[in-house]
Design a protein around this ligand. Structure first.
Ligand code: GLN
Length: 575
């Protein structure tokens, strides 16, 4: 197993995740099986209870793990399926060690950060790296480990020390380190001091960079690269310039251009590992596909505009997988994507009194868009605005996709305005609402006391009901009878109202295995009015876009029929 650690210096949020995923992709294009581990040095056990506004989206895995959004990047770039154990947090390591201590596993010993915590980290990495994550079902050959935060933080110190020891445990020719740094441009001059300081910090902790990836708003000048090499004590070929590019899909191409793999192959003796010519060929094909789709997208001119009506719009990362699913879909439809960010509370009547300009601007964005998306969310704030947007889309025949909360929102709107129960709401917004007329109710099997990891989570099956062949979404899924998608919710459509809702025309064409839980609705006689209780965005891939998102974008672009007819929707991406 070859381990490649990606760490960061200077500041957080400089794109370590994209760099780590892109590096993983390049290993894959050499024909290797790649896995990845994300280390988050915070005390939380997982990302499930963290605010999306503070930490970005909570990503959900097949096994129901609620994890850091970077695991989504890995799954998307590397076409792999990870488990909750691929996300290591301080909380997980400490509770593991404390549990062992209580069992008496360390009897007689004082339990300490070094060696007990640091050993537990190393054991965990070695154990999880071996888990098969792709269709081959075989053990991976390369493991990318991204260390969250910046080196030098108090929180990350035990992990840095564990990785220092780990390079000797696995052997230095099985271990490489890429340090991501920042080169700010001040008055037009590219400054290398922060990078020099970051590398000095890294070395003082016993880690040596094999590559220094320099993030910069502009292309790095030759002189800057020379200077970094010289003062950070590395060869020129070990300095990689990662300037801002059109899209993150260009980053693997940028790294390849700079021959990043040449150095890493030498350092890690990859020639000894890459032995199967068939895999090498497959890797080549992957690179070609990646390049083609990236350049084709650069050349598309027409734009499709989607209004994203949500409540966490101040931090775009809160909707990272949603944005990616929209991007993948617009690439397939040969359109440039424009997202109109609409803070849903600005659509409400209250906003009209408070801030008329915001109110008009928000409605202007909604009315201008070719399609409307209401993504997942929690709590009451802004939900009346979402309901108003769903009503607008339904009445004006604007393509609409509701995801999770977005489904519940559209059902409330329909029950209020079409079924005729104006007071209907969700028990999430009003826990005292009448259980007979509430559109959305608590699921009976969900824990109401403990909030961590207790929702209906992870992959579950959705079956299309009989006589649903007319459904556009079902056609987009290639006419399948059953689809498997990821979930994260506590509430569901009130089973008591299904009959009345369907009688008025909104059809629940996808249900869980028991037939009791509503998973998909679709409105016939509408260009595209669809919602899912699951989150289809979590499994969207560049070469295999999520079908509900593809439906929304294609309908918005006016090409839905063509997409359904001409695209080989059963095609699964090969890579
Ligand atoms: N808050 C809603 C629920 O718990 C929707 C969740 C979501 O959108 N992920 O059911």
């Amino acid at each position: 197993m070859k381990y490649v650690v990606v760490s960061g210096g200077v500041i957080s949020g400089i794109g370590k995740g994209v760099l780590a995923s892109s590096t993983g992709l390049l290993f894959k294009t050499l024909g290797l099986r790649v896995t990845s581990i994300k280390i988050d040095p915070y005390m939380n056990i997982d990302a499930g209870t963290m605010s999306p506004l503070e930490h970005g989206e909570c990503f959900v895995l097949n096994d129901g793990g609620e994890v850091d959004l970077d695991l989504g990047n890995y799954e998307r770039y590397l076409n792999i399926t990870l488990t909750r154990n691929h996300n290591i947090t301080t909380g997980k390591i400490y509770s593991h060690v404390i549990e062992k201590e209580r069992k008496g596993d360390y009897l007689g010993k004082t339990v300490q950060v070094v060696p007990h915590i640091t050993n537990a980290i190393q054991d965990w990495i070695e154990r999880v790296a071996k888990i098969p994550v792709d269709a081959s079902g075989e053990e991976p050959e390369v493991c990318i480990i991204e260390l969250g935060g910046t080196v030098g933080d108090i929180e990350s110190a035990p992990f840095v020390e564990a990785l220092r020891q780990f390079q000797f445990r696995v052997g230095t020719d099985n271990f490489a380190l890429i340090h991501v740094s920042l080169v700010p441009v001040i008055h037009g001059e590219q400054k290398t001091k922060p990078t020099q300081a970051a590398i000095k910090d890294l070395r003082s902790l016993g880690l040596t960079p094999d590559m220094i990836a320099c993030r910069c708003s502009k292309e790095l000048e030759g002189a800057t690269i020379e200077k970094i090499g010289m003062f950070c004590h590395v060869g020129r070929e070990q300095v990689i310039a990662v300037h801002d590019v059109n899209s993150t899909y260009h980053v693997p191409l940028l790294l390849k251009e700079q021959k990043m793999m040449k150095y890493l192959s030498r350092k890690l003796n990859l020639n000894d590992v890459i032995t199967n010519p068939k895999n090498v060929e497959r890797g080549d094909r992957l690179m070609t596909k990646w390049r083609n789709i990236t350049t084709a997208h650069d050349q598309s001119h027409e734009t499709v505009t989607i209004a994203l009506v949500g409540k966490y719009t101040n931090l775009k990362d809160s909707y990272l997988s949603v944005i990616k699913a929209l991007e993948h879909s617009s690439m397939r439809c040969h359109r440039k994507l424009r997202i109109e960010w609409v803070e849903s509370s600005n659509l409400e009547e209250g906003a009209r009194e408070e801030n008329l300009a915001n109110y008009h601007q928000a409605w202007h964005s909604v009315c201008q868009a070719h399609g409307i998306l209401v993504p997942g969310g929690f709590g009451t704030r802004g939900t009346e605005g979402m309901i108003a947007a769903a009503k607008y889309a339904r009445e004006n025949k604007i393509p609409y996709l509701g995801v999770c909360l977005g489904l519940q929102i559209a059902v409330i709107e329909f029950v209020r305005n079409v079924v005729g129960i104006p007071e209907s709401t969700s028990m999430e917004f009003d826990s005292k609402a009448n259980e007979d007329t509430a559109s959305v109710v608590y699921m009976p099997d969900v824990d109401q006391v403990n909030l961590g990891g207790t929702m209906r989570l992870g992959i579950h099956s959705t079956k299309f009901v009989a006589n649903s062949e007319w459904s556009k979404l079902r056609k987009l899924y290639g006419g399948e009878e059953e689809v498997w998608e990821r979930h994260r919710h506590r509430y569901e459509v009130n089973p008591k109202l299904i009959k009345d809702i369907e009688a008025k025309g909104l059809k629940f064409i996808g249900r869980d295995e028991s037939g009791q839980r509503m998973e998909i609705f679709e409105l016939p006689d509408h260009p595209f009015y669809v919602a899912t209780q699951y989150h289809p965005e979590y499994v969207s891939k560049v070469l295999d876009p999520s079908r509900p998102f593809l439906g929304l974008v294609a309908a918005a672009a006016g090409t839905l029929d063509a997409v359904i007819e001409h695209n080989d929707l059963k095609m699964k991406a090969e890579f």
